[in-house]
Design a protein. Structure first.
Length: 377
C-alpha cells in the first residue's frame, strides 16, 4: 500500500520497503528520502502529481481526500465525481426497459468506463466531437471487435437517450459494418469424439441436451424438471433470448440418460444446480467442460458450446428438415437468421462436382478408352 498526502508545501509518500517502489519514486521530480522519519517527499505541483499517478497507477494507493479530485484525472479505477448517482439513474432506466442481466451488466460497465474517461468534464455537456474522440481512442488503443464496439455505441446512446434525454446528440454515430462470418460446424464424427471424451455423466448429459435440442448455453443451465414433457418428447424453453418462450425437440437418448440422472441426483429447483445454494450451474462452468472435451478429443476447429447449436441446425438441414421448422426450434425471430445454415450445409454443396475432379475423371476416361482400343487391335 502506497500512501500520499500533503505536508506543508510538499507531498509525503510512504510505503513498505521495496527496491521496485524505491526505483519508481526516484523518477518523480523533487524526490527526497527522510531517513529519520522514514518517508519520501516530492514537489507539490500539478505536473509532479500527474507523474506520480502515472508511475504508480498499478499500485494500491491510499489517497488523502484533498488530492482525490486530481487523482481521479489520472487513475481510471477511481470513481469519477458524481459517478455513483449517475450509475444509479442508469440502473433505474435499465430496469424500466426490462433488459436481460447480460445486457444490463454490459451497459453498466461501458457507461462506467465512458464517464471515467471524461472524469475531468461533465459528461452531460460533452459534444458529438468528444464522443467520437472516445470511440476513436477505443478503436486505436483497445483494438476491440465489431460486436464489442457496437455494444459500446448502444450503451452510450442509451445514456444520452434515456438518462440525459438528449436523443439528437449521438444520432450521427455510425455502427460498424457487421462481419458476416459463417458459423463453425462439427461433423457427426467430431460430435461423437467430444461426447466420448467427457467422463462425468452430468457434464455429458448437458452436452447431449444442447446438441440434441439446439439450446443456447444460457438456456441449458436454467432448465428445470417441469420444462420436460417426456410423453410428447418436447422441452419448453421459457424466457429464452428476447424473453421468448418456445418448444424444441427432446431426444429419446436424452430421455433415457435424464431419467437415470434424476433417479441418482434428485435435483430440486434447478436441473443442474451450481456450487452456491439455490443457484444454477454457471455458463462459464459449462464452457470450461467444453474446452477440456475439445482439447481431449483433439478437435482443431474454433469450437465453443454454441458450436453444438450450430451443428444441430446444420445436421437437421442436411437430413431434409424444412428450414421453417428449424427456425421454430432455434427460436429465431427472422428466417434470415436461420438461412445462414444453408451456407454451411453439405446437402447441396455435396452434389456439386469440383472442376478439377471432372477434368481428372475425363482424362482418366480418355486414357482408359485408349487402352481398351489398343488392346482390342
Amino acid at each position: 500500500m502506497v500512501t500520499i498526502c500533503r505536508e506543508k508545501n510538499r507531498l509525503r509518500v510512504t510505503f513498505p520497503y521495496s527496491p521496485e517502489l524505491v526505483s519508481m519514486i526516484k523518477t518523480i521530480p523533487g524526490h527526497c528520502w527522510h531517513p529519520k522519519e522514514k518517508y519520501w517527499t516530492i514537489f507539490d505541483t500539478e505536473k509532479t502529481i500527474q507523474q506520480f499517478f502515472t508511475v504508480f497507477y498499478r499500485e494500491k494507493i491510499n489517497i488523502e481526500s484533498a488530492l482525490l479530485p486530481t487523482a481521479r484525472m489520472y487513475l481510471p479505477y477511481l470513481p469519477a465525481p458524481g459517478e455513483e448517482e449517475l450509475l444509479r439513474q442508469v440502473v433505474e432506466e435499465i430496469r424500466l426497459k426490462g433488459y436481460s442481466p447480460k445486457t444490463s451488466k454490459a451497459y453498466l460497465c461501458h457507461i462506467k468506463r465512458y464517464i471515467r474517461y471524461f472524469r475531468h468534464k461533465n459528461v452531460t455537456d460533452l459534444t458529438s466531437k468528444e464522443i467520437r474522440e472516445y470511440l476513436l481512442n477505443l478503436i486505436n488503443n483497445k483494438q476491440c471487435s465489431e460486436p464489442y464496439f457496437d455494444q459500446v455505441i448502444s450503451a452510450i446512446k442509451f445514456l444520452y437517450n434515456y438518462v440525459f434525454k438528449k436523443k439528437d446528440l449521438v444520432v450521427d454515430i455510425n455502427r460498424p459494418k457487421k462481419n458476416k462470418k459463417l458459423p463453425e460446424v462439427l461433423s457427426e464424427e467430431e460430435i461423437n469424439r467430444i461426447l466420448n471424451s467427457i467422463n462425468n455423466e452430468t457434464h455429458r448429459l448437458i452436452m447431449l441436451i444442447i446438441y440434441s435440442s439446439g439450446l443456447r448455453i444460457s438456456e441449458v443451465v436454467r432448465l428445470k424438471l417441469e420444462d420436460f414433457d417426456f410423453d410428447r418428447k418436447l422441452i419448453h424453453i421459457k424466457r429464452g433470448k428476447g424473453k421468448k418462450d418456445r418448444y424444441t425437440i427432446l431426444s429419446q437418448v436424452v430421455i433415457n440418460h435424464l431419467k437415470k440422472y434424476i433417479r441418482l441426483m434428485k435435483p430440486d429447483e434447478w436441473l443442474f444446480p451450481g456450487a452456491k445454494s439455490g443457484a444454477h450451474l454457471t455458463e462459464r462452468s459449462v464452457q470450461k467442460v467444453m474446452d477440456k472435451a475439445v482439447a481431449k478429443a483433439k478437435i482443431r476447429k474454433n469450437v465453443t458450446v454454441h458450436t453444438l447449436r450450430h451443428s444441430f441446425a446444420t445436421h437437421l438441414l442436411e437430413n431434409g428438415t424444412d428450414l421453417r421448422y428449424i427456425q421454430e426450434l432455434l427460436g429465431h425471430a427472422s428466417s434470415k437468421t436461420t438461412e445462414i445454415y444453408t451456407h454451411v450445409s453439405r446437402r447441396k454443396l455435396g452434389n456439386i462436382q469440383s472442376p478439377l475432379d471432372r477434368m481428372m475423371l475425363e482424362s482418366s476416361d480418355k486414357r482408359n478408352e485408349f487402352v481398351n482400343n489398343y488392346n482390342s487391335t
